[in-house]
Design a protein around this ligand. Sequence first.
Ligand SMILES: [Ca+2]
Ligand SMILES: [Ca+2]
Ligand SMILES: [Ca+2]
Length: 502
Amino acid sequence: MKTFAVIVLISSILIVSPVASSSVVYVNVNRPGSFPGNGSSWGLAYHGIQQGINKAAAGDDVWVARGTYAERITLKLGVALYGGFAGNESDRDLRDWKANETVLDAQNNGYIVTVPTGAAADTRIDGFTLQNGWTIQCWYSSPTISHNVLKAIVFSAIVCYSSSPTISDNVFTGSTGGVISCQDSSAAVITGNLITSNKGSAVGCIDSSPLISNNRIIGNTANVASGIWCARSSPTISGNVFARNRGAAVLCEQGSSPAIVCNTITTHRMTEYAFPGVGVLMNNSSPTICNNIIAFCDFALLYAETGSAPVIRSNCDYGNRDAQPYPAPGFDVSADPQFVDPANDDYHLAPGSPCINKGWNDAPGLPALDMDGEGRIASGLVDIGADELWPTMVEIEVIPSKINLRSNGLVGVIVYSTESIDATSLDPTALRLAGAAVAARGNGSLHCDTTDVDADGDLDLVLKFRANELALDGNATSITLTGVDPTGWPIEGTCNVVTARG
Ligand SMILES: [Ca+2]
Ligand SMILES: [Ca+2]
Ligand SMILES: [Ca+2]
């Protein structure tokens, strides 16, 4: 009863005198009626975005419904501007920004979005198609720019001066003066973007060391570097796909030492100025080049002039037209990386790729996630390139769990059927326990049976292996079963064991 009274009291306070808290200002260019609106609901939405921003206070959201807005806007400190609403949502998570295209068209009148100096990550533009305007400039400001399509922006799409914006999950296309420029100690975070069909460098770094990770940079042209240009800069360039671009994927000059790690660089060809398609071009620079695929380009690496001392380790080169002495030191794999469908820009590794588990786990700048957002190290060893291939995990049990590696006896392994896999569908001849094949019986048949061990209604697989055939040392605390499912996709299961050499 007491609780009820308190709730009633609080409710009436809220109704009588709302306390200042974050709220939403609504904008819908297509709201019927010509009355001005006050932005307090979808029904009373403003018709213009800048009106909504002007009404909002720091901490507020501005929600903008689909349609075309012929405006140039100035963001406000601490205000988050979201486009992509149908115009009836009650929760921001309900918006579908791809389905509800919200176009901000500057009609070639100048800067399309002005970001105030001093902006932090809570100043945001998210969910718009930005077109027919000039560059978004960040001067000493670090807003969040996410889920936008920046189309045919005049000059560079985004220029950062002493600014560290988060630029994530956008599409950049049709820029003619480069795409993103980071200058004067700008440590932008540039992730998950698709940068395609632009002219000039995807990211230019001048005295700046941004994080450039897990982007797709495809089908761009430039005079020299259509990918990343580094001058006196040491960005981390990790997990990106560079494909079908002209010129260099990464150009390092004037004492740049970027970490170039886990990228897939392929089909870089000559520019219209006859500059060759190069994986990494170095001029008086010392990048770290690890775990990258550089395939089907003109050159994998190219040294211009002198003074470069790169650290190169665990890369794949294949099918590059010209050869510095190949395989060069640090290019450990010189075989076809086996992309799944490069004709359709699918640069995943096919099962069986020689790049799987051939990278260096401790490479500087190793990204936490691969290009799919999956963990970066599967099967204990990182793969070379932007993709990590994750086997389907199976649940196994080893009996006995204490294994004498000198014994000629049998070790039993149960592979349980689960929702993700029917264990009985696995080909026993392809299964390996710590490298060992399934043991054969006296009559030559394999020690392989099916029975429902855990009585859950699904048959499980019961295998036997010879203890002395296991490639384990006496200190091993776990053991791994590998194989392939009926589609050829790898499977893997690990379980704890105690080993000894008795
Ligand atoms: Ca791996
Ligand atoms: Ca993956
Ligand atoms: Ca079962």
